[in-house]
Write a protein that binds this ligand. Structure first.
Ligand SMILES: *[C@@H]1O[C@H](CO)[C@@H](O)[C@H](O)[C@H]1NC(C)=O
Ligand SMILES: *[C@@H]1O[C@H](CO)[C@@H](O)[C@H](O)[C@H]1NC(C)=O
Ligand SMILES: *[C@@H]1O[C@H](CO)[C@@H](O)[C@H](O)[C@H]1NC(C)=O
Length: 346
């Protein structure tokens, strides 16, 4: 008798489990369906390279900026702090090569240019000491080659050329320089200079209107002749014609939560990679090939840990890797394109 009850109970339990299981799996299908519909379809394009660099203990200060010399496979990092090398040189593979600290006061932004004959690294210096308020060019061993601006004297002048807090720069193959000045302080300027430091055009007004700035923090140039500026305080990216300086438009809709602090293109020119400092976030934004800017559209988001604070970044034209200088985490991290995400390069 007892056996019969046991059998009946077991069968009942089995039936009940079957019913529950089918109900729950049905539910799960419905849930996935319901959750997928409203979600924006973002792609995953990059993965963090946890092995870069091989010896992160070389980051001994606050890492403000990074620049890639793609031709020679070098990654330059500038950091702030006392009694430390201000500039660190790594290979794209992550090996530390050397550092230097001469003639750099308070680095903010940097840019690497290279030809088969000459390797150069440019650094903007926002310090108040005798090397400050300048944009400087070094060779790859840290020898000072050229100084742009009036060292040690902050100002708004154009003749002689003065900077206050030059935030960043972009250097074209022709030698033309685009400098954003600055990072708060006296000036809100975007200046284009020729190789021999003649001013070609300038936008220098503080404000919220077209071609006015509030903390122009980063600048880059695309292959169709447009200059892109992270106008951080105004929470927008503004775009200009590189030859005339004419205003071409602005993107605001992607940056309503926080303004952009850094702008760089991927090597295929398809995406603009943007850092948002306090949100500790990178946005990969679709870039229009030529003509009309069109609407701003985020293709992918890379959320970093809280308080990592990505300040300025650079992209390797050779490998497509994105290097991010993080002032909160005091390190530079490398994000590599996932296989297949950028068919145009390996
Ligand atoms: C930089 O400065 C520190 C402290 O003065 C010194 O120990 C170091 O050798 C200097 N050079 C480099 C490349 O770090
Ligand atoms: C720019 O304008 C804003 C708003 O009027 C003002 O608060 C700020 O001090 C100005 N900056 C400079 C450098 O004049
Ligand atoms: C980030 O937050 C700090 C501290 O609250 C603030 O001073 C700074 O202006 C913010 N930066 C940006 C880009 O919003």
């Amino acid at each position: 008798m007892a056996r019969l009850w046991l059998w009946a109970g077991g069968a009942g339990l089995f039936l009940a489990l079957l019913v529950l299981r089918s109900r729950f799996s049905g539910c799960r299908v419905l849930q996935e369906f319901a959750f997928r519909i409203p979600r924006r379809t973002e792609e995953v394009l990059y993965r963090l390279d946890v092995g870069w660099p091989t010896h992160p203990e070389h980051f001994t200060g606050t890492t403000f900026c990074v620049a890639v010399d793609s031709l020679n496979g070098l990654v330059y990092v500038a950091q702030r702090g006392d009694n430390i090398p201000k500039v660190l040189v790594f290979t794209e593979d992550g090996y530390f090569l050397r550092g230097w600290n001469d003639t750099v006061d308070t680095p903010h932004g940097m840019f690497a240019t290279s030809t088969p004959q000459e390797q150069s690294i440019w650094i903007t210096d926002v310090g108040s000491g005798s090397f400050g308020h300048t944009v400087k060019k070094y060779n790859s061993f840290g020898d000072l080659v050229q100084v742009v601006g009036t060292p040690g004297k902050r100002g708004t002048g154009l003749n002689p050329l003065q900077f206050d807090s030059p935030a960043e720069l972009y250097v074209e193959d022709t030698g033309d320089l685009y400098i954003v000045d600055g990072d708060g302080g006296l000036n809100n300027r975007l200046i284009k200079l020729s190789q021999d430091l003649m001013m070609l055009w300038l936008h220098g007004e503080n404000g919220t209107g077209p071609a006015q700035f509030s903390i122009p923090h980063s600048v880059t140039v695309d292959s169709s002749g447009r200059v892109w500026v992270a106008d951080r305080g105004n929470k927008r990216v503004q775009v200009f014609d590189k030859d005339t300086g004419a205003w071409l438009g602005a993107w605001t809709s992607c940056f309503t939560e926080e303004g952009p602090s850094s702008v760089r293109f991927t090597p295929d020119g398809k995406y603009l990679v943007v850092a948002q400092l306090n949100l500790s976030r990178l946005l990969v934004v679709a870039a229009p090939p030529v003509g009309d800017l069109g609407p701003c559209s985020v293709v992918s988001t890379i959320q970093l840990a809280d308080q990592v604070l990505p300040h300025l970044l650079d992209v390797s034209a050779e490998t497509g890797a994105v290097y991010v200088a993080e002032i909160g985490a005091k390190q530079v991290q490398k994000y590599v394109p996932l296989e297949g995400s950028f068919p145009s390069f390996r």
